[in-house]
Structures are given as structure tokens and as C-alpha cells.
Design a protein around this ligand. Structure first.
Ligand code: SF4
Length: 369
């Protein structure tokens, strides 16, 4: 890095960003709250998806005080569809900590940000550089790729990447520099077929001079995410649906249709018999088994078999005690009117299951048991 023309690099990158930066709503402000919310939403999520969620979210929760004062359920509802709901829970918890423990005073250093729930090194550096002008480089997936290509390194280590980013960052305006690096990676130095002919920093790029810049960095290959198989129970009674409040782990605090592991693929063996032993008696004749629905998370995949149980009038629906005895996954249960389902946080995976009920190809296929 010693003989790298740092000043010239900063100048061309700054000039390019001034002309080519996309007009994104969170770039119109350096308010730490807005910078922070946008960075949390942008983790693992595409810019175009975040745009609409961000505007709706900051309209409802315009500052950290409003977010801290809100109920978690409402925050999750505004997050619904963005996925990775742990981010929303952490955002809410951190807002409360800023308001209650710090009297609304913003953390201004990387170390202070790292002490908040859900904040890692990337986010801490991004927020302090953009909102407070702290001269620190940020390394997200896009910046990692740009740096690996600039330096022509196949497997750059985390420390090297951070050292390069810190050496390059422009101390006069680190926030703009960091955003420009991320923008370059997102729009020009793309994972496949980088547009080197349009790249403002091509004269500095050692990867380009090798003739095949896209071989940097070497893609990490890992095992396919494991698949989990679930029965998802769509229990309906008149126009109401039964949902459980997820106790912990993935999708904690969201409302889900009740789930049980699919072990044998046989409804009687996986559901009816264990339920019966717990005192929850369901007649096989009321079940309708639908075709599978798949949802991919980052680290796992759910293959869900929806089972529709239109609870007949005149039958007593299951009691909370019976349900609690049959699974520990949920901390409480509730029957929600159909119209109310839009107003509670239900993850996308389970909205897909509900939608399956309406798809002609997946209409009840008759009784499987
Ligand atoms: Fe990426 Fe090509 Fe620019 Fe190098 S020249 S930084 S490989 S777009």
C-alpha cells in the first residue's frame, strides 16, 4: 500500500461519486438516527427493497425517542417482509438504551456503538464516519470485492482489508468516501462482469492489469444451508386463524402459524398421535394437507407442508393448555380475525403458507389421512 497514490485515488472517486451517486432517501441526511436505521435495514437486503421500508419506517418512527417509545410488536410489524427480524429487535433495544441510559445522547465513537445490541464493526464504522465524520474505513461485501480487485489479492484477510480501507479513507470527508466505495462495488465493480471500462479507478486497479479482475476475490464455497421440514397448521374457525407468539430463536416475537417438525411425512405419526398423547384430539377427517411451500433464510431452508384444519362449527377448538402442552415453541396463542392478520407481524415464510391456501394448484387435495 506504501506506493499507492492515495490522494489521486480519493480525488477521482470523490468526483465520480458526486456525479453518479444514486439518489437514495437515507443519503439526504446525516442525521445519526436515519443513517443508523438505513444501515441496519441494508444488512443482507437489497437497496431497492429497503427504499420503501425505510421511508415508511422513519415516517412512523421519525427519531430515536419515537422508536424507543414504541411497542416491539409495532416495530416488528413495520419490519414485516424485510426479514432478519433480529435486526428490528436489536434496533428497538438499542434505541431504548440510547434514550434511557444515555439521555438521548448519541454514541460518537466506534467503541460506544459496539456496546449497543446488534451493532458490529461494519455498522459502527459506517455510522460514525457518515454521521460524525470519524476517519475510519468501512468494509462491507462490496468494499471487500473492490479492495481485493484493486490489490489483486485472491483471499484477503479481514485485517488487511480493514488496514487498506483505513489507509484509503479520505479524512476530509470519510462518510462520503465510504459511501463512494460501497457505491462503486454495488454499481460498477459488480461480482460478475465488472464494468471496468466505466470504472473511475481503473488506472489504479492491479486486478484489471492481470486481465481477469473478476477472479478476485475467490468466492467462498460452503455447504448448502441445511433444510428443515415442518408441518405448518392453518387452524381456522369461522373467520379466525390460530397463531402462536414465537418464544425465542429465529423469528422470535413474531406471530406464526403453529409448527411441528415433519419427521416421517405421515400426518398421523407426526401430528395426530403425539397431539392425542398431550390431550389435543383432532379427527383425521377434518385435515387437508396442501402441497409444500419453501422459504430460504440465509443459513437454513424451510420446507413447509401446510395442513389446513377448518375447525367445524359446534366443535370446541383446542384450549391454550392443550396447545401449550403440545409444543414449547410459542409463549402464547391467539385467534385472530382474518382482517387482523395484516396488522400483526407475521414473517414472509408464513405469509407464503397462507397464500398457498388460495392458490388453485395447491387447493386442498383431499384428505391424506
Ligand atoms: Fe473493479 Fe474493474 Fe474498477 Fe478494478 S477496474 S475496481 S475490477 S470495476
Amino acid at each position: 500500500m506504501n506506493d499507492f497514490p492515495v490522494e489521486a485515488f480519493r480525488d477521482v472517486l470523490r468526483a465520480w461519486f458526486r456525479e453518479h451517486a444514486r439518489d437514495l432517501p437515507w443519503r439526504r441526511s446525516r442525521d445519526p438516527y436515519r443513517v443508523w436505521v438505513s444501515e441496519v435495514m441494508l444488512q443482507q437486503t437489497r437497496v431497492e427493497t429497503v427504499r420503501a421500508y425505510y421511508e415508511r419506517f422513519v415516517r412512523r418512527f421519525p427519531d430515536v425517542e419515537a422508536l424507543a417509545a414504541a411497542e416491539l410488536t409495532e416495530v416488528l410489524r413495520y419490519w414485516q417482509g424485510l426479514g432478519y427480524y433480529r435486526r428490528a429487535r436489536h434496533l428497538h433495544a438499542a434505541a431504548r438504551r440510547i434514550v434511557r441510559d444515555r439521555g438521548g445522547r448519541w454514541p460518537q465513537t466506534v467503541q460506544e456503538w459496539l456496546a449497543l445490541p446488534g451493532v458490529g464493526p461494519y455498522m459502527a464504522r459506517a455510522v460514525v464516519s457518515i454521521a460524525f465524520g470519524v476517519p475510519t474505513g468501512v468494509v462491507d461485501g462490496n468494499v471487500r470485492r473492490v479492495l481485493a480487485r484493486l490489490m489483486a489479492v485472491e483471499r484477503p484477510g479481514r485485517r488487511d482489508l480493514q488496514a487498506w480501507a483505513d489507509a484509503l479513507v479520505d479524512p476530509r470527508d470519510p462518510g462520503t468516501f465510504n459511501q463512494a466505495m460501497m457505491e462503486l462495488g454495488a454499481t460498477v465493480c459488480t461480482p460478475v462482469r465488472p464494468r471496468c471500462g466505466d470504472c473511475p479507478v481503473r488506472v489504479f486497479c492491479q486486478g484489471l492489469s492481470t486481465g481477469s479482475p473478476d477472479r478476485f476475490p475467490t468466492p467462498a464455497s460452503g455447504p448448502a444451508p441445511p433444510e428443515e421440514r415442518w408441518w405448518v397448521i392453518l387452524w381456522s374457525h369461522r373467520d379466525r386463524w390460530l397463531l402462536g407468539h414465537k418464544r425465542d430463536g429465529l423469528l422470535q416475537d413474531m406471530w406464526l402459524f403453529p409448527m411441528w417438525p415433519e419427521r416421517t411425512g405421515d400426518v398421523a405419526a407426526d401430528l395426530l398421535e403425539p397431539w392425542s398423547r398431550q390431550g389435543l384430539r383432532v379427527a383425521a377427517t377434518v385435515l387437508r394437507v396442501l402441497g409444500p411451500v419453501v422459504h430460504a433464510f440465509t443459513h437454513r431452508r424451510w420446507r413447509m407442508r401446510p395442513v389446513w384444519i377448518p375447525w367445524p362449527d359446534g366443535w370446541a377448538p383446542p384450549t391454550v393448555d392443550e396447545l401449550m402442552a403440545s409444543t414449547e415453541m410459542f409463549r402464547s396463542w391467539q385467534w385472530f380475525p382474518q382482517a387482523y392478520l395484516r396488522r400483526i407481524p407475521i414473517p414472509r415464510a408464513h405469509r407464503k403458507v397462507l397464500a398457498a391456501l388460495a392458490r388453485p394448484a395447491l387447493r386442498p387435495m383431499g384428505r391424506e389421512v
